[in-house]
Design a protein around this ligand. Structure first.
Ligand code: HT7
Ligand code: ZN
Length: 854
């Protein structure tokens, strides 16, 4: 299969302390000359093996002398070397404008840029392209001065000049040794928004965000977020920036969100560009989170990198945890936690429950690009969060200090990180390490009984980790569960919150002094990434949704109540919505609550999440149950929704936590007004659409209209399209909104949109906006005739020829086939088999499709 195993790790035979790169840049033919000082690192006597991909060496020189006894094995350049230290020079020619994979050096809208993580550097030049080979880079770029007036690379600029032939050059040196995946260069006609940051030790740092000339105004939010992130990392983790410059470049064609290259972050423009007219509150929040995330990588990723790609969560899980903390500190921590848990449940729980499940530290891979997953990132962040909970804030900070000090300048492992947690706290985390090796989401049965006569309550907890591919049997994990008990009569807390560490298959906890019927609040704050199976009644969940003092637990009780109701309706077809309606009414009536929290609390679980609770997903029945409850809520609470809709204060757009909360609640209320079937719903939505002075309200209205069949829908889509023609980030929203529509004919509309002149698979954002969003639309994608599956397979096969990495990311909706009826399952398998049988299929898509077929 070509799989690579974690246990096969060997230290590199050769190191590369110094690297000098010369780029003669041209979109059609870029000449790359690499000079590597290499030193032997073991006694094996192995030749030097340099990774390459897609190029041939034009010349190979050893210590300045051309040699011809090199050979190519697979895609590696193998150079026999007699001594222990040499200088190797290679020359290759590459064509950035023909690079549709967007890995290595490529062209995006006239800008030349790089993406090297994980294994893109080998597409630029021959090199030991593995994260444990750290090298100091000196880079010289030569390019046409008119076409590429700005030349940027990692580190600090050291020299620049012009040549007689209309070209110019620039040299950059990065003093910090780094792995090849952190290399970057950019050449283009770019404008800059500059900032200044003074570090805690008083050093000045020049900040620059580089974009196309017309977009500079749209970088203000990102620059502000960067400044906040730099200060936050000093305050919270004691981490200071280490170069004189920090540059960010935004490009339109990018396989991911952004990349943390040392001193030169490269971003997907959707995570940089924002103004109120074109970006939603969600976009603003995401920009701040991604800017912070990439910045935080300077320590958790760059100063300390990963020994091998199996350790990817060492930098990604920790950095996500850090960016979540940053975002929580910018507004409502409770709402941020709710959003993060919703994201985990939408993406990671299904991954952990399906054929693509893997541990946070995987055991093997075919293509590492497939392992930039919700498990590595988001479950990985939950592991760090659990350790922080177990250690407490002081010991956790001592442990991260120890980690940063001890491993600075090295390539480390997840084990190194956990060992620091142990050493700084004195705690034994032996069993906790199972979180890194066992896949699957633990399920915890929790049952509280009351012994009224004894004034006692007994909590019985039992955990079970389901089997996952290659892991039939699991051991009990360490689950930190924050627990509190409330009195059903008085609504008071009966005792303090406790942190229970469940580390056995089953355990019993006794609470004394329980004089009234107790109600259990468990896994508060989502302290462990598990599924709680409790026997709490609808009345108890409604009680918690109104009385729990932990906002997350309040939200969670409401979600569980809604979920229980929706699952029962899906299976039995006879809705009993009263408890949900009363609980939602109470939440809407509680004026002490933050509107942002209310908006989250009254939202129904997604169709996908309801499906995840069921042994067999019936997409039509789930849709009917959910729409039925939405309609019942809309009708029965009609006045309250109108009141919530009107209540939001008027006034020009401001981006603040309070204003965001009001906009969010307003948009959720609009959704319920429309769900009620009210005659004037389309009129209200269209009025909001037309009057909006910001994209949040405009897109909120458009989304509501797009779900319906009104004339206003067509008018709004048309106005939106023409207003934003040429603004690719907003046109992505136009495609995405339609792909997510709950209309009966969404499948057909999406197929039509794939033939729209603005649709292209060459741009990953556009492909994700239409094809990715459609895959997330459970009912439309799973149309009984299999048309959704055929559409996805067609698009994926076409995209694979251009950009395998992005194609592979679109495949997971087909991996859910085991959860569907036999007809749908057969159709999904048919689509997967067609994909696997495609001649010339990439290993990226092959790995995902073949594992999905299981
Ligand atoms: N560390 C970065 C990962 C990334 C990436 C991975 C595969 C292909 C393209 C990519 N672009 C960026 C992003 C991050 O986690 O910050
Ligand atoms: Zn990251």
């Amino acid at each position: 299969t070509g799989a690579i195993s974690r246990h096969d790790y060997r230290p590199p035979a050769w190191l590369v302390p110094e690297t000098r790169l010369v780029f003669d840049l041209d979109p059609a033919a870029t000449r790359v000359t690499a000079t590597l000082s290499v030193t032997r690192n073991d006694a094996s006597g192995d030749p030097l093996r340099l990774d390459g991909a897609g190029q041939r060496p034009l010349a190979v020189r050893v210590d300045g002398v051309a040699i011809d006894d090199w050979r190519i094995e697979g895609e590696q350049l193998v150079v026999p070397l007699a001594g222990d230290a040499h200088t190797i020079e290679t020359e290759v020619e590459i064509a950035p404008e023909r690079n549709t994979q967007l890995m290595g050096l490529y062209a995006s809208g006239g800008i030349l840029c790089t993406q090297c993580e994980a294994e893109g550097f080998r597409r630029i030049t021959y090199f030991p392209d593995r994260p444990d080979v750290l090298s100091r880079y000196a880079v010289r770029m030569v390019a046409d001065a008119a076409r590429y007036p700005v030349l940027l690379a990692n580190g600090d600029p050291v020299a620049a000049g012009t040549l007689d032939d209309g070209r110019h050059w620039a040299e950059w040196n990065d003093p910090f040794p780094k792995p090849s995946y952190l290399f970057a260069l950019v050449a283009g006609d770019l404008a800059v928004n500059r900032g200044q940051f003074t570090t805690q030790s008083g050093r000045g740092v020049d900040l620059g965000i580089w974009v196309r000339a017309g977009d500079v105004e749209k970088t203000r939010h990102a620059l502000h977020a960067l400044e906040l992130a730099m200060a936050w990392d000093e305050r919270v983790y004691g981490r200071e920036y280490d170069l004189d410059v920090f540059n960010i470049v935004a490009v339109d064609d990018f396989n991911f969100g952004a990349m943390e290259n040392k001193g030169l972050n490269i971003f997907n423009s959707r995570y940089i560009l924002a103004d109120p007219d074109t970006a939603t509150d969600y976009d603003y929040d995401a920009i701040a989170a991604v800017v912070a995330h990439e910045y935080f990588h300077n320590w958790s990723g760059n100063r300390i990198t990963c020994r091998d790609w199996f350790q990817l969560s060492l930098k990604e899980g920790f950095t996500v945890y850090r960016d979540q903390g940053f975002s929580a500190d910018q507004g409502s921590a409770a709402v941020k936690r709710i959003e993060d848990v919703r994201g985990l449940r939408a993406a990671q729980f299904p991954e952990d429950a399906g054929p693509l499940a893997h541990p946070v530290r995987p055991e093997s891979y075919i293509e590492i690009g497939n392992f930039y997953t919700a498990t590595i990132y988001n479950k990985g962040a939950e592991l760090i969060r659990m350790m922080a909970t177990i250690l407490g804030p002081q010991a956790f900070r001592a442990a991260t200090d120890l980690y940063f000090t001890r491993f600075d300048g090295t390539a480390a492992t997840c084990e190194d990180f956990v060992a620091c947690m142990e050493e700084a706290s004195g705690r034994d985390l032996t069993q906790f390490r199972l979180w890194y090796s066992q896949a699957g989401t633990p399920r915890v049965a929790a049952s509280l009984s009351h012994q009224a006569g004894d004034g006692r309550a007994t909590l019985r907890l039992a955990q079970h980790v389901p089997a996952t591919p290659g892991q039939p049997d699991k051991q009990p994990m360490v689950l930190p569960l924050r627990i509190r008990v409330f009195g059903a009569e008085t609504g008071r807390a009966l005792g303090d919150e406790q942190l229970v560490l469940l580390d056995e298959a089953a355990s019993t906890i006794v609470f004394d002094g329980i004089t009234e019927r107790p109600v259990l609040s468990v896994n508060r704050g989502f302290s462990a990434p598990v599924i709680i199976e409790s026997d709490r009644s609808a009345a108890d969940l409604a009680f918690l949704s109104a009385h729990d003092d932990d906002p997350f637990a309040r939200y969670e009780a409401m979600q569980q109540l809604m979920l229980d109701t929706l699952v029962a309706t899906t299976i039995e077809g006879r809705p009993d919505n009263d408890a949900v309606i009363t609980a939602v009414a109470n939440t809407l009536d509680d004026r002490t609550l933050d509107p942002a929290f209310v908006a989250e609390a009254v939202l129904l679980p997604s169709e996908g999440f309801i499906g995840d609770q069921l042994a067999m997903v019936d997409p039509e029945a789930i849709f009917r149950a959910r729409e039925g409850l939405r309609r019942a809520l809309g009708l029965r609470l009609a006045d309250r929704w109108r009141d919530a809709y009107e209540r939001a204060p008027d006034g020009p757009y401001v981006y603040s936590p309070a204003a965001k909360g009001h906009r969010r609640l307003r948009s959720v209320a609009l959704g319920y007004i429309a769900a009620s079937g009210a005659d004037d719903a389309a009129t209200i939505a269209f009025r909001q659409f037309e009057r909006a002075d910001n994209m949040t309200d405009r897109q909120g209205a458009l989304g509501t209209l797009a779900n319906g069949y009104s004339d206003e829908r067509e008018a709004a889509l048309d106005i939106f399209y023409h207003r934003y023609a040429g603004n690719s980030l907003v046109i992505d929203k136009w495609f995405q909104t339609q792909a997510l529509s709950s209309r009966d004919d969404t499948g057909r509309l999406v197929a039509d949109l794939a033939r729209h002149p603005d649709f292209t698979l060459a741009n990953p954002n556009r492909a994700r906006a239409l094809v990715g969003a459609f895959g997330a639309n459970q009912r439309a994608f799973n149309a009984a005739d299999g048309s959704g599956y055929r559409f996805l397979a067609d698009q994926l096969i076409a995209l694979d020829k251009l950009n395998p990495q992005t194609a592979a990311k679109l495949l997971p909706p087909l991996a859910r086939w085991r959860r569907f009826d036999s007809d749908r399952a057969a159709l999904m398998r048919g689509a997967l088999e067609r994909i696997v049988a495609t001649p010339g299929l990439s290993k990226d898509v092959f790995e995902q499709a073949s594992k999905s077929l299981g």
